[in-house]
Design a binder for this molecule. Structure first.
Ligand code: GYE
Length: 376
């Protein structure tokens, strides 16, 4: 894409310079957009992106992924708005985008409900809306073009299958499993799916859920919640964190309470489970047995949303709901895969090499720019 854009922009520049329109100034595509008024041919596509906030590593990677794709170099002007986890801010941002007559609105909604009115306004203004990450629950699905994100309940079910097999392999009885669920932001699709997946598995396998508490997807809340849970529920031996940042807080709280983090729950360790697997630190925790298993949640939606916008610009109809493929990470070789709804999902073994790769990707910025296989 970048190469194509660059080629196009260079061609335009050359053409106009031959006509004398641009004088001798034939610079890079990025320089042209930044310093010169765009010609009709070079007009940037304006995208308003309402982002939830900056609550987690997942979110930061998601923001970076969007920013790295929607650049002037690639033919876009991105108007980015951080809603600080508040739906009212998102509604305000969307209204501003409508007033500014952006070409596309991209919404990463904080919760599922409460979007009908503002999306109707965008619809009436003729601005296509693309939903990314969490879903919206609206009465008329024509209020948005399409959605791209993760299957959060599937993530949870893969995780629970891993836990089930771990218990089988280590002779841990279901009745001896005491789980606390530290939930994400209540009403967010990621919370709803991950909580439901656990509840269903607990019912099916006979695990005890000792508590279900809010953690807002943050490290601070993960710490605070775990601290209180440890005091209230001495039998708790599994902390099911609905994202990595909560898990980082939970690990710290367990250690601060003088207890051991780890998978050996038969001998008093407290197992931490998590979702996302974004930062190398999270994978390192898996290797160190501080987090026993992570169900991956992929934040690299920038190229996916861009592919959707290109389709819309070409008059094509994108798929209404696009789920991305995701891994499960663990350092236990004995569980090679899990089966959910008759489909087999491999478990990716976390190794020092895998962590190094992720670290290098982070250091060079290639993690956020990575073009996932299933985009084109
Ligand atoms: O798992 C969490 C973030 O909606 C998938 O939100 C996203 C979740 C992600 O804050 O870390």
């Amino acid at each position: 894409m970048k190469k194509k854009s660059l080629a196009l922009i260079l061609c335009c520049s050359l053409f106009f310079s031959f006509l004398g329109a641009c004088g001798a100034n034939i610079g890079s595509g990025m320089g042209d957009h930044a310093t010169e008024p765009a010609t009709e041919e070079e007009k940037l596509t304006v995208v308003g992106f309402s982002q939830v906030g900056a609550e987690s590593d997942w979110r930061s990677a998601n923001t970076e992924s969007m920013k790295s794709v929607f650049t002037a170099y690639n033919g876009y002007e991105l108007i980015f708005d951080d809603a600080q986890q508040k739906q009212t801010n998102q509604i305000m941002a969307i209204r501003n985008f409508i007033q500014q007559e952006v070409d596309y609105i991209v919404l990463a909604p904080v919760t599922e409900t409460g979007w009908d009115t503002v999306l109707q306004e965008a619809h009436d203004a003729g601005i296509p809306v693309i939903i990314v990450d969490r879903m919206v629950d609206v009465s008329d699905s024509r209020l948005f073009e399409c959605w791209v994100g993760s299957n959060f309940e599937l993530e949870a079910r893969k995780m629970c299958e891993w836990l089930r097999w771990f218990c089988v392999k280590h002779n841990i009885l279901a009745e001896d499993v005491y789980i606390a669920d530290i939930q994400g932001t209540i009403g967010a699709s990621a919370q709803i799916g991950r909580t439901e997946g656990l509840q269903k598995a607990a019912r099916e396998y006979g695990w005890n859920i000792v508590a279900t508490v809010e953690g807002e997807f943050t490290r601070a809340k993960g710490y605070e919640a775990t601290q209180q849970l440890l005091l209230k529920y001495p039998k708790m031996n599994v902390v099911y964190c609905e994202n990595d940042n909560e898990a980082f807080g939970a690990i710290e709280a367990i250690r601060d309470a003088g207890k051991q983090v780890g998978s050996d729950i038969k001998n008093g360790e407290i197992m931490v489970l998590s979702f996302d697997g974004v930062k190398p630190e999270a994978l390192q925790d898996v290797l160190d047995d501080s987090i026993s298993c992570i169900a991956e949640c992929n934040p690299l939606h920038g190229p996916r949303v861009e592919a959707i916008i290109r389709k819309l610009q070409n008059g094509e109809t994108p798929q209404k709901y696009e789920y991305v493929d995701e891994d499960v990470f663990s350092a236990y070789e004995e569980i090679e895969n899990v089966i959910v709804d008759s489909k087999e999902y491999p478990i990716t073994l976390v190794t020092p090499e895998l962590i190094e790769r992720r670290r290098a990707e982070y250091d060079t910025g290639s993690y956020v720019e990575e073009l996932p296989d299933n985009v084109y």
